[in-house]
Design a binder for this molecule. Structure first.
Ligand code: SF4
Length: 467
């Protein structure tokens, strides 16, 4: 019987079936960062345990890192304390850490693929929801909680229920000015933020196959926002070429042997899925969220929907979202004034995202009164962008060019919204309070759309600027 990639990777890593019915799953790569590890390391210390596979465990600093000045000690004592703990724990347990002076520091989901740590056919875990990102190269990657981080540190295993599998096929080709982020937001808008609960998503179809690895990383990153446990794209030539030569990818003859194994884990023709969803990629337009979850979105040319147009169970959330955002049903999303523009995050903080934003930034200057931040996802992204002169394009247009970190994706560092500010953001969550102000408002969109909003001061159809 034809098998899916999920079948193959799961079976290759299954150690046994637990009495609970869950699988004891070997984890091939454990990525860690400063926020979800202090308690886990403390539990290991209390129990006198070591890290089971330090050679498969890699750390970075990302969530709490300031992006303006990264001199130590950090101005925020709590950030400094978390950095100190991460550095001390990595040293105590003999784990590699991509610290600020490594040249390889960055958001955990940016550096994993970038360094070639993330590989096809792997099981990957990290104490962060957006670990689904790593599925883009053909891995099965799970976001886990602190107690599971402890379990993986101590045993290199996780107790996991095997999810069902939904294939999401994106047919056709994307139009100019439409990006992977628009595809993700369209999928979540169509299937709902809880539509993926109990599922893994396999992304397939011509539009996905044509995507670069960085676009696929954006797509898989957002799987969790649609409720899915993980998301992946079958490994193919795009994945292999992306990994070739990366520092932690196999080198030379070992790379060729790895490609043979990686090819073997792709879903076979004729494999069956628990569900299949189809989208026409050519019909997708630039998308903007108007509400308080990533499923509450419209195309830039549409109007904000009324609660009455939503299915009955969703109407209270629609009403709550309209009240919180201060929007009226029927109001066009285009033209909504913004206060802040943010390009960055593990969803859209890679080189191609910065290039797309710079393309738009060349066409104007940041509108008066707008705070506009460009935050590379990693030190390597920053270096590559600077080598191309992207930072100069941004600075000339009035954007702030920052250092690598999670920045304004969430309010755990100095980059925060103030009061009721509205932020055009390339991040992944528009939950109430997510960007650091309990009353701040987030409009999710692609990096190019964020740059367009920055230079016009309002939500704008980027296709009109790129014309
Ligand atoms: S960029 Fe945002 S979503 Fe990604 S790891 Fe950092 S805080 Fe989490």
């Amino acid at each position: 019987m034809a098998r899916t990639s999920l079948d193959k990777v799961w079976e290759a890593h299954a150690i046994r079936t637990l009495p609970s019915g869950q699988t004891q799953l070997l984890i091939g790569l454990h990525l860690i960062h400063e926020v979800t590890t202090p308690q886990a390391f403390q539990m290991l210390k209390d129990l006198g345990l070591k890290v089971r596979m330090p050679e498969r465990t890699f750390g970075t600093l990302d969530h709490i890192i300031p992006t303006l000045s990264q001199g130590r000690p950090f101005a925020d004592p709590m950030a400094e304390e978390m950095a100190v703990q991460m550095i001390r724990n990595s040293k105590d347990f003999g784990l590699p850490l991509f610290d600020l002076d490594s040249g390889r520091q960055g958001i955990v989901h940016v550096i994993g693929p970038e360094l070639g740590l993330t590989q096809p056919g792997m099981t990957i875990a990290c104490g962060d929801s957006h670990t689904s990102t790593h599925g883009a190269v053909g891995a099965i990657a799970f976001g886990i909680g602190t107690s599971q981080v402890r379990d993986v540190l101590a045993t290199q295993c996780l107790a996991m229920a095997r999810p069902k599998l939904r294939q999401i096929r994106v047919e056709g080709a994307l139009a100019k000015g439409v990006y992977a982020k628009d595809v993700s937001l369209t999928i979540i808008g169509k299937l709902g933020v809880k539509g993926g609960v109990g599922y893994a998503y396999e992304y397939a179809g011509p539009a996905i196959e044509r995507m670069t690895m960085e676009e696929r990383l954006t797509i898989c990153n957002m799987s969790i926002e649609g409720g899915a446990r993980c998301g992946y794209v079958n490994p193919d030539q795009t994945s292999f070429e992306y990994l070739r030569g990366r520092p932690y990818a196999p080198q030379g003859a070992a790379f060729d042997r790895a490609v043979t194994w990686w090819k073997s884990v792709a879903t076979e023709a004729g494999a069956s899925f628990d569900d299949v969803a189809r989208l026409d990629g050519s019909a997708i337009e630039p998308v903007v969220t108007w509400g308080i979850n990533p499923g509450q979105s419209v195309s830039v040319s549409q109007r904000i929907p009324s609660p009455e147009s939503a299915p009955e169970p969703e109407r209270p959330t629609y009403r709550e979202a309209l009240a919180f955002m201060g929007f009226e049903a029927g109001q066009p999303i285009k033209g909504t004034r913004i206060d802040v523009a943010f390009v960055g995050s593990c969803t859209n903080g890679r080189l191609s995202d910065l290039r797309a934003a710079a393309e738009v930034a060349k066409k104007g200057k940041v509108a008066k009164g707008i705070r506009a931040l460009i935050v590379p996802g990693s030190q390597q992204v920053a270096k590559a962008a600077e080598a191309e002169g992207l930072h100069e394009i941004f600075q000339a247009a009035g954007f702030q060019w920052r250092k690598a970190g999670c920045s304004m994706c969430l309010g755990m560092n100095d980059d925060k919204l103030q009061g009721r500010e509205i932020c055009a953001s390339s991040s992944n969550r528009n939950f109430i309070g997510r960007q650091g102000s309990p009353t701040g408002r987030t409009l999710l969109m692609s990096p190019a759309m964020v740059a367009a909003a920055a230079i016009t001061g309002a939500v704008t159809d980027v296709r009109e600027i790129l014309r």
